[in-house]
Design a protein around this ligand. Structure first.
Ligand SMILES: Nc1ncnc2c1ncn2[C@@H]1O[C@H](COP(=O)(O)OP(=O)(O)OP(=O)(O)O)[C@@H](O)[C@H]1O
Ligand SMILES: [Mg+2]
Length: 368
């Protein structure tokens, strides 16, 4: 069996322990502290919370994900679905439906997972008072038992039409729930900063900051080496370092590359640095449509900016050397181009340096 997983949360054997972070997070959850957790994409934020809570006694996890949430009604529906998931006993449907009776909920089958889920009618969800009612139900639950509330990809709420108001309603309810730990998790730094660190925001200073970076290199090497060993592959440290470098040290991309290395190697082989190139070819083939589609959304100028970042890195993108290489005459055009590339989630700004969200996309561009 392939021992690598990417693009989903990981737990159990697929999760490389992060004892320092797990301990710190557990102690905050234990004391009912609210936490704003930030980290770049695919660093393992969601898995860390799930795995930490799983190891704690007598605490349930409420997990609502707001990735690409459309409007306030959608916020309500995601909260309702998460409330329903809190009940894992057989009578969950009956219990949940009773709790939410005033919202006239219905049980349906989630097309992506095939499992039953509870939804509320779009009209009901869109009523202005529904958000308050849904949060009241959550509050009743957190009074009854210990729950850790995880609000994932929280920054996307800011993007909906009524974002500011929705945040204000959420904030006012959360304030009433002092003993429950709320974890606000986000991967888009500047937007999370706007919610939690901007003076005029309702969430200003409402949660302790918690950073999730990449996994310690020695720990991750031991973990990945053991995963390869389950299928008789030997991973020398130098090859691991090259894998990590190619994948920008990001756990999710390291696992994706290892998955491809697994596919192209046989039981009993010792992996070599030259195998990484072959593994990348597998990833490029898989991602071809996706990468090509992304490029087609861009103008020629935006593509030149992107390619130049791939070639010379994303620091000093307004320098004359960068402009010359990208064949662009003014810095304002570069600024507009990077704004578009950020909106498309192709690059992000890391302390003033522009980086590819997917390290493989940059490699792919270079080889074209
Ligand atoms: N502790 C870990 N051990 C091993 N792999 C991990 C670990 N944490 C994350 N990963 C890898 O990263 C991938 C993404 O994990 P996860 O969804 O938890 O990250 P995330 O930071 O929440 O990502 P996103 O930005 O997409 O929300 C996993 O599929 C796995 O490949
Ligand atoms: Mg996540």
């Amino acid at each position: 069996m392939n021992p690598f997983r990417y693009g989903c949360t990981v737990n159990g054997d697929f999760f490389c322990p992060r004892p320092v972070l797990e301990r710190e997070l557990a102690s905050r959850i234990e004391s009912g502290q609210n936490v704003v957790m930030q980290g770049d994409r695919r660093t393992g934020k969601t898995s860390l919370v799930i795995e930490t809570v799983r190891h704690m006694k007598n605490i349930a996890l409420f997990h609502a994900d707001f990735l690409c949430v459309r409007d306030q009604a959608d916020v309500c529906r995601r909260l309702v679905a998460a409330i329903a998931r809190l009940e894992d006993s057989e009578s969950w449907a009956t219990k949940t439906l009773r709790m939410l009776a005033h919202l006239r909920p219905t049980v349906s089958i989630d097309p992506s997972s095939g499992s039953p889920t509870v939804t509320v009618d779009a009209r009901v969800a869109a009523e202005p008072t529904t958000l308050d009612s849904v949060l009241d139900v959550l509050l009743e639950q957190t009074k009854r038992r210990k729950i850790c509330v995880l609000l994932d990809e929280f920054q996307d709420i800011l993007d909906i039409d009524d974002g500011e108001r929705t945040l204000a309603v959420l904030r006012s309810r959360i304030q009433l729930d002092a003993n429950t730990p709320y974890i606000f998790l986000g991967s888009v730094r500047n937007k999370m900063a706007e919610i939690f660190f901007k003076y005029s925001s309702p969430f200003y200073h409402s949660a302790a900051s918690f950073k999730v970076g990449n996994i310690d290199a020695d720990d991750f090497f031991e973990f990945i080496k053991r995963r390869f060993a389950t299928g008789g592959r030997i991973l020398p440290r130098l090859v691991f370092d090259a894998i990590a470098h190619t994948a920008h040290e990001t756990p999710g991309f390291v696992q994706e590359l290892c998955d491809a290395l697994w596919q192209m190697s046989d039981n009993g082989t010792t992996l070599e640095e030259s195998d990484i190139k072959k593994a990348l070819a597998i990833i490029f083939a898989r991602e071809h449509d996706h990468f090509t589609f992304a490029i087609k959304q861009l103008t020629a100028l935006q593509t030149r900016v992107l390619r130049t970042i791939a070639e010379r890195g994303g620091k000093e993108i307004f320098s004359s050397a960068f402009l010359a290489e990208a064949q662009i005459f003014n810095a304002a055009s570069v600024k507009k181009a990077v704004e578009k590339l950020e909106r498309e989630d192709i690059i992000y700004n890391y302390d003033g340096e522009y980086r590819f969200v997917s390290p493989f996309f940059g490699e792919w561009l270079l080889r074209r």
